[in-house]
Structures are given as C-alpha cells and as structure tokens.
Design a protein around this ligand. Structure first.
Ligand code: AMP
Ligand code: GLY
Length: 426
C-alpha cells in the first residue's frame, strides 16, 4: 500500500518511522517532510492548502491512504476533500475538527453531553465577557475561541488581568481566533493528555502522556508547542482511565455522531485531574507534538492497521499493544524559540548520539544541504529514549544530547521531573 503523510514536524517523523515498519507498506511519501524523514521516505513539496493538487498527487502515485499530521489542514477540510475523491484518509472532517478549532464548540458539546469541564461563558463582545469576569472574580481563564497556535489562553491571576485579556482578544491580538472569547473557571490539579482513536462509533484508548509547555526549566518562561514529554502519565491510573473513558470520551463520541459529524481519527483530551475527578480542559484532533514521539516509541503493534481501522469503521477489530517501559523525549530548539531565532545553523554528531539502540532522534525543523544537517525551525530535534524507568530513559536521552554538537540550540534539563520525583518516592 502506498501512503502519503502530511506534515514536517517531530510528530510526522515519529509517525513515518512507525509506518515504515509496517509489512503492508509499499511506498511512503511525506509532504513536505524534513531531513530526518527523507532518509527513509520520499519527501515531496506539496502545499497542504491546495487540496486539488494533493488529490492529483494521490491519483498519480496510486496512494491508498493519506495520514494528516497537523491540525491546520484538518480544520481547513483537507480530510473532506480527500474522502470526496474516494481515497481513504486518517483525520477528522472539518466539522469534527471543530473540537480543536473552536473552544466554544467544545464547551457547548460538554454541556450537551454532560462532560465534566470548567464552568464557562461564551461571548462575542467585550462588555458581556467583562461582566462575567467581574461576577466570577479571579483567578480565571480567558481564551480566544479559535486556533491561536497555543497562545490564545490567558490565565489571569487578577480581575484586572482578565479584563485586559478580554480587551486584547477583541482588539485583535489573536486575529480572527479572538472574534469570540470563552471565559472559564480556573482548574487546579495535575494535567495529563489521554490519546484515543475513533472511527466515529468505536473508541480505542491508546496511551497517556505529559507534555512540558514552558520554554525553560522549572516550568518558567513563555509557552511553546512543547519542550519534552513522557509516556505514560503516572497520574493516569487504570481506574482514572476507565473513568475518563466513561465520563468524557464515550459521551463525546456519541454526541459528535448524534450531531451529524462523527469523529474519525485520533484525538486527545487535555485533562486536569482535580480533587473532584477528571475534567476536560480541551481537545486536540491529532497526535500531540512531542507526545506522539513517546507514543510511537512505546507502540508494539503495527500502526498502519490501527490508523486504517479509523478510516474504515473497523476499529473494534484491531488492538494496540504497548511496551510497558516508559519513553521520554527531550526537544532541542533554536536559541530564541518561541520568539525569533537563527535558521540554517549546522548540527553535528547525530549518528553517534543515536548509537544507543534505546534512543531514536526524531527531526522537526531540519534541512540537509551538501551533506550537512542544518536547523530550519524553532523546534529542531526530539531526543527520544525508552527504558525500564523514566529516570533511566531520561539519562539515556540526556547522554545522547551530550554527543550532539549544536551551539545554537537549547533544551530543558528537567524533562520528566514529576515522574522522576514519583519514582524516587517509590
Ligand atoms: P489550552 O490551549 O486550552 O490547552 O490551554 C493551554 C494550557 O493552559 C493548558 O494546558 C493548561 O495548562 C492551561 N489551562 C487552560 N485552561 C485552564 C483552566 N480552565 N484552568 C487551569 N489551567 C488551564
Ligand atoms: N504538545 C502540544 C501540542 O501538540 O499541541
């Protein structure tokens, strides 16, 4: 089977790495891919917003299955266009991708389906939003409704901060994403991400992970796309997983189907495990990046039939098996990220760094030029390791990083600290 994978990040390198192991795979194309992916798959320059040229490419290269990595093309309806062309696709329709594309849509779904989440109000004008803020008091959370590259969430510790956040949303700080605003209760607890596949009817729970969103050690500095992750998330016990399936996941899948836009693909619940139980913070309609890297490192079974099961409505006939050992990934980013940074700086030493069989280095923003490997983005490498404990996996990842020669890069030194603390306490 020929496959086209859309995307260019560490997530897509990890997905490509997993798909490439499938005995069912014939040829793997990745658009646009990166310098790591091109070592084993065919990278092609296709514009994900040009649906017609993607469909034409599929016809020309006999593509049977398209896997869409990132959220923007999904919200933009790429999966719909591919499905209309009678080609199988992994990823939700634009209507179902609203679970990530509109925070208000998700909050209303929660209200209908009785999914536990933070109390909220949904507003299309500043005055009403401010009145709600004054009524509720601080701390409180103000969110731009639409996709804002992870930046549209303001955790206001004071009422004034919240009022200012409302103004800045409606003044266009997040562009169209801020035309509507959700104001919600500030939840306290430990966060975890819970990944689930669905074919629109059935659900297959995958695994859990914890991300590190802030740029610097000790969870300081600006929010990023994620600076490292590990799986599983120890806070998600088996009982908690069962509770999340029953209270959050199954009601969501049933409601999406009832509303006429069944969810097909992978989604993950961003959860807050509060004293009162699990609450949904948000949904994402794709694999997380870098969470995907640790999931793929732990997946034992062939990824391809599982993803196909989502597209074909046969998810009840497949199963996913996992290595019990945890996996961790540490992101190396360009100095300056998530702000401005230099591009095309040289990276050396990757081969030696990846020599440990328990270590995989997934590329994100990299490009090759005349036998050299150059940086080409904010997040650049994902140093990923699997071992019997998080502490050992972490040591392996950091030992690999020591061998990488890239003066223009930086990384967090404390990825996995929560899990490591837990292990120390036994
Ligand atoms: P989101 O983009 O909705 O995932 O929000 C980004 C981050 O903001 C989350 O991962 C949480 O750490 C935090 N956050 C969002 N909503 C809340 C909330 N209601 N209470 C506490 N923290 C929140
Ligand atoms: N790591 C968070 C995300 O993929 O959105």
């Amino acid at each position: 089977m020929n496959i086209l994978l859309i995307g260019s990040g560490g997530r897509e390198h990890a997905l490509a790495w997993s798909l490439a192991k499938s005995p069912v795979l014939n040829e793997l194309f990745v658009a646009p891919g990166n310098a790591g992916i091109e070592q084993f798959a065919k990278c092609v320059a296709l514009d994900p917003t040009d649906h017609r040229s993607i469909v034409e490419f599929c016809r020309l290269h006999d593509i049977h299955f398209v896997v869409v990595g990132p959220e923007a093309p999904l919200v933009d309806g790429l999966a719909d266009s591919i499905e209309h062309a009678d080609i199988r696709v992994f990823g939700p329709s634009a209507a179902a991708a609203q679970l990530e594309g509109s925070k208000g849509f998700t909050k209303d779904m929660c209200a209908r389906a009785n999914v536990p989440t933070a109390a909220y109000g949904r507003f299309d004008n500043a005055e009403a939003a401010k009145a709600y803020v004054r009524e509720q008091g601080a701390p409180i959370v103000v969110k731009a409704d639409g996709l804002a590259a992870g930046k549209g969430v303001i955790m206001a510790m004071t009422e004034q901060e919240a009022l200012d956040a409302v103004d800045s949303c409606f003044d266009g700080a997040f562009g169209d994403a801020g035309a509507e605003v959700v104001v919600e209760e500030f939840l306290v607890g430990e966060e975890a991400s819970f990944f689930v596949l669905s074919d629109g009817v059935h659900a297959l729970p995958l695994a859990t992970a914890q991300d590190h969103k802030r740029a610097f050690d000790g969870d300081e500095g600006p929010n990023t796309g994620g600076m490292g992750a590990y799986s599983p998330a120890p806070v998600m016990t088996r009982e908690m997983e069962e509770r999340v399936m029953k209270e959050i996941i199954h009601p969501t899948i049933a409601d999406m189907k009832a509303q006429g836009h069944p969810f097909k693909g992978v989604f993950y619940a961003g959860l807050m495990i509060t004293k009162g139980g699990p609450k949904l913070i948000e949904y994402n309609v794709r694999f997380g990046d870098p969470e995907c890297q640790v999931l793929m490192m732990r997946l034992k079974t062939d990824l391809l039939p599982i993803l196909l099961g989502c597209a074909e409505g046969t998810l009840d006939q497949v199963d996913a098996e996992w290595y019990k050992d945890p996996a961790i990934t540490v992101v190396m980013a360009s100095k300056g990220y998530p702000g401005s940074y230099e591009k095309l700086t040289e990276i050396k030493g990757l081969e030696e760094a990846a020599a440990d069989p328990d270590v995989e280095i997934f590329h994100a923003g990299t490009v090759s030029a005349e036998d050299k490997l150059l940086s080409n983005g904010g997040r650049v490498l994902n140093i990923t390791a699997r071992a019997p404990t998080v502490s050992e996996a972490r040591d392996k990842a950091y030992a690999a990083i020591e061998k990488i020669d890239w003066p223009e890069g930086f990384y967090r030194q404390d990825i996995g600290w929560r899990a490591v603390e837990r292990e120390k306490q036994g």
